[in-house]
Design a binder for this molecule. Structure first.
Ligand SMILES: Nc1ncnc2c1ncn2[C@@H]1O[C@H](COP(=O)(O)OP(=O)(O)OP(=O)(O)O)[C@@H](O)[C@H]1O
Length: 283
């Protein structure tokens, strides 16, 4: 597979426009109070489609994922939901190549990823932000972002890319000279996300970005993800226990239980159908 996709113009990314009513239905009350992030600076690589077909994976021979099928269309957000231990992190790690698949297929932009290294998956545009807000503690915000951006940019283009992240995450712009270890939990999560986004991934794998954060910060992060989808056509697979926040921005919801898909529905159905929510999400 090609490991160096070429940048595409924004018009090629075919960003989706939404009706006002649809957009309004997708914001949480907290998100509604926030100023939307600035428009995404372009041009950018467009999102790619991701399919998982019959994916099985586990630890030491004990299966955790059992024949999981998930489809994440290009330019959409799919919420991956489920209780503790359902297999969300295992699924994301298997897709990014950190864990081997025992069987099944992972298809990224039409290409089977079997045998493709973690590094080449990242180069092709598959980015994972693990749970725990991984940033380099000793480096400043600016240095962390530049490090993330070096994968694709040098010189002035790198500076423009860093400025693009500050447009999206205003709190980071104010803290650009602070070291990673001096940041609040919310700022660290924004930086972890910024480091992944700056390299213009085509599919973003996010593991519980809301964990331990205040509702306002969660709303801010979800608003950025929505902007990236709508304006850049980014594809996002979002593992979350914060079901309400995830479904507020997702197009589709997939519920895992003990490593199996038990529901695969439009997010609108999971948001609005209380019987469905009660059956699969327990509230
Ligand atoms: N390194 C490991 N070795 C062995 N078993 C593991 C390992 N990591 C996770 N597991 C097991 O795999 C199962 C799925 O865990 P996983 O972390 O994927 O779930 P999760 O849905 O992400 O949960 P959470 O929301 O708590 O992070 C659990 O039973 C867990 O105990």
């Amino acid at each position: 597979m090609s490991t160096q996709p070429q940048p595409q113009s924004q018009s090629q990314s075919e960003p989706r426009s939404r009706s006002g009513a649809e957009a309004a239905a997708q914001v949480t009350p907290a998100a509604a109070q926030l100023t939307p992030p600035a428009a995404v600076r372009g041009p950018h690589r467009a999102g790619a489609e991701l399919h998982l077909d019959g994916l099985t994976a586990g630890y030491g021979g004990a299966p955790v994922l059992r024949g999981v099928d998930v489809r994440v269309p290009a330019g959409s957000i799919v919420a991956l939901l489920g209780a503790n231990g359902a297999g969300k992190t295992t699924l994301l790690r298997t897709v990014s190549g950190l864990m081997p698949a025992a069987s099944g297929r992972i298809v990224f932009d039409g290409e089977d990823l079997a045998g493709v290294s973690v590094e080449n998956r990242a180069r092709a545009g598959l980015a994972q932000v693990p749970e725990g807000r991984s940033v380099v503690a000793e480096l400043t915000v600016d240095e962390n972002l530049r490090l993330g951006g070096l994968q694709r940019f040098r010189g002035r283009r790198l500076t423009t890319a860093v400025d693009g992240i500050y447009d999206l995450f205003e709190p980071l712009a104010r803290r650009r000279r602070a070291a990673g270890h001096q940041l609040s939990g919310g700022e660290r999560q924004m930086l972890a996300l910024g480091r992944a986004i700056i390299a213009e991934p085509r599919v973003l794998l996010l593991d519980e970005p809301s964990l331990g954060l205040a509702p306002r910060v969660v709303a801010q992060i979800m608003a950025v993800l929505r902007t990236l989808r709508d304006e850049r056509g980014l594809t996002v697979l979002l593992a979350e226990q914060n079901v309400t926040s995830a479904l507020a921005i997702a197009d589709h919801g997939v519920v895992l239980n003990l490593g199996e898909v038990v529901a695969d529905r439009p997010a609108r159905d999971l948001r609005t159908d209380s019987a469905l929510r009660h059956a699969y999400l327990g509230f």
